[in-house]
Structures are given as C-alpha cells and as structure tokens.
Design a protein around this ligand. Structure first.
Ligand SMILES: Nc1nc2c(ncn2[C@@H]2O[C@H](COP(=O)(O)OP(=O)(O)OP(=O)(O)O)[C@@H](O)[C@H]2O)c(=O)[nH]1
Ligand SMILES: [Mg+2]
Length: 304
C-alpha cells in the first residue's frame, strides 16, 4: 500500500532554547539601556519576526518604557508581550452548517496541506460534523490522489478525485456539483504545491479560484486558506504575500510548530498582511491540530 508517511518531512527536532528563555537571559544580564534594545532587536530577528517589524516593535517598547517610566526588567517583558499581542490576528473557522462551505487549501510543496486537510476533517468530524467531502485537487504529483484517498479512509469521509494529470479546477467543480446534490456541507479541497514554476502555480490557482467563484451560490461560504511551515521562517511571509496577491487569502494554518522554537513569522505576517491565523499544526498525527489561540501562542513563545 502507498505509504504517505515516507514522504520527506522538513520538520526537525525542536530547538531547546526558545524565545522566552533567551529573553529572560537578555533582560537579566542587562541594565535598561540602549544596548539592551539593540540586543533585543537581534533576538527578535533571530526568532523570525523580520527586520522591519522588529524595529517597529522595539521602537514602541523603547517609547513605552520612557512614557510609562518602566524601570524593572519584568515590566519590560510584560510590556513587550502586550505589544506583540496587539499584532496577532486570529479567526474562528467554524463551517456554517446551514450552507455549503468550500475551503480551498493552498501552499507551496511539502508545507503540510494534505495532512492539514485530514486533520481538519478529523477536527470537524470530532465536533459532530458528518457531511464533509475531500477534493483531490492536487493532480500534479503522482501520489497525491492516493494520499488523500488514504486520509478519506482514515477519517471516514468521501473523496472526489480524477486521474493524475487531470484539470484540478474540473475536480473541484465536480466536487461542488456532487456536494450540492448530496447536501454535503463542507468541502476541503487539496491543491498542488509544485508546478513547473511559480508563475504556473499562481496562474493555476487563479484559474481554480475563478471556476469556484462562478459555481458559487450566494449562500455558499468560500474560504481560501494558506498553509505555512513554521520552520521556514521569513520565507513564510513571502509565500503569504505571493498567494495573497493571487487569491486574496482568508486565513492561515501554521504547521510543524512542534519542530521549531521560533514561529515568530506569525507576528510579521499578521502585522504586514493582516491575514488571521486559524489553526496550528503540532505534529504528524490527525489529532495534532489546534485552533489558533493568540494568548496561548504568546505563552508558548515566552515559556522556558
Ligand atoms: N512534525 C510535523 N510534521 C508535519 C506537520 N504537518 C505536516 N507534517 C509532515 O510534513 C510532511 C508533508 O506533509 P504533506 O501534508 O504531504 O504536505 P503537502 O503540503 O500536502 O505537500 P505537497 O502535496 O507535496 O505539496 C509529511 O511528512 C507530514 O507528516 C506538523 O504539524 N508537524
Ligand atoms: Mg499534498
């Protein structure tokens, strides 16, 4: 049988020291002076917040330290948490069970799209939703259809597919048609993460998006959801920019968060693009998906 687990996984064992511990070390070894803020900038950039966003955050912390007359390191850490919390956007992706919901799952190859579809099917299934259908829109990679079929068997949901190399927009079109006739309520549509080149990928997605839009009834709920691998750092921000330009994203799923102590790119993506985070993937099992919770995320980021 096709073994989808054999697929290469970019996720590596988690680094030991996370941002929280490094911050404690930094703040404990410094007086509150210019060099503290400079070292803080380096630390945030290392944690994938990106240069511009880091500068803005540190400038805000510097200004607040002055205006609020903060004199203790602990106060600065708390102030930093408050500033970071303001940057992070989240969204609740609960399907509207009165209508048809189409969730188009996008992302470059290997980020965890197909696995996230299976996890979402399981997540919604566990909440009692039964009318879910998976759509095998990745017709580019030979094994992709089998991978989704296995997930269909595991989660107990129907999979709509055609053959390898067929038109992905046609597969998704068929899925919508059959879901409407069967009264199914949620379509989780897979897409290819690799094409001959990136321009082809974007064109393909624009075509799929166009076909879905034409097929939508006014009551249908259509969401375009990008999957980003937390271990890819600032690259994730660039991916979000490209996909957002092509199809106007509604939400992001961050995967492989179990494999990195950084994941600060959530902050730069939220701040720069304003796209909210819906879920966070924390492992390879179907149950390793959690609703994104900004407070919890910050606690994780700052925990030792
Ligand atoms: N540790 C960890 N591994 C994950 C997570 N999500 C996905 N993976 C692994 O990442 C690898 C790629 O996952 P896929 O779901 O096949 O990725 P994809 O985006 O569909 O890849 P393509 O179809 O090639 O574009 C697999 O080995 C998954 O088990 C996660 O949250 N944590
Ligand atoms: Mg896939």
């Amino acid at each position: 049988m096709f073994n989808w687990k054999k697929k290469e996984n970019t996720a590596k064992p988690k680094e030991k020291k996370n941002l929280g511990r490094k911050l404690m070390e930094l703040f404990n070894n410094h007086k509150i002076d210019d060099s503290l803020f400079e070292d803080l900038e380096d630390l945030l950039i290392e944690s994938d917040l990106g240069g511009t966003v880091t500068m803005e955050i540190v400038d805000e912390l510097r200004a607040n330290t002055k205006s609020k007359k903060l004199t203790e390191n602990d106060q600065l850490i708390e102030e930093l948490k408050i500033i970071l919390a303001e940057q992070i956007e989240s969204v609740d992706l609960t399907p509207d069970m009165e209508n048809l919901n189409i969730y188009l799952i996008l992302g470059v190859n290997g980020v965890g799209k197909t696995t996230s579809i299976a996890k979402m099917a399981r997540y919604y299934g566990d909440k009692g939703m039964t009318d879910i259908v998976l759509s095998a829109g990745d017709t580019f990679r030979a094994a992709a259809i089998d991978q989704l079929k296995i997930h269909g068997e595991r989660t107990g949901f129907r999979v709509v597919h055609q053959s390898h190399g067929s038109d992905p927009a046609a597969v998704i079109f068929d899925t919508i048609t059959s879901a409407k006739s069967k009264g199914e309520k949620l379509i989780l549509a897979d897409t290819a993460g690799r094409m001959h080149n990136r321009i082809n990928l974007v064109k393909e997605l624009e075509k799929i998006d166009g076909v879905i839009r034409k097929k939508l009834d006014p009551s249908d709920v259509y969401k375009k959801i990008l999957v980003i691998d937390a271990t890819t750092g600032q690259n994730g921000l660039q991916q979000a920019e490209i996909f957002n330009e092509a199809v106007d994203l509604d939400a992001i799923i961050l995967t492989k968060y179990d494999s990195t102590a950084r994941g600060g790119n959530i902050i730069s993506i939220s701040r720069k693009l304003g796209i909210p985070f819906a879920f966070i993937g924390k492992g390879e099992q179907l149950t390793d998906l959690e609703k994104f919770n900004p407070g919890q995320y910050l606690e994780d980021l700052f925990s030792n």
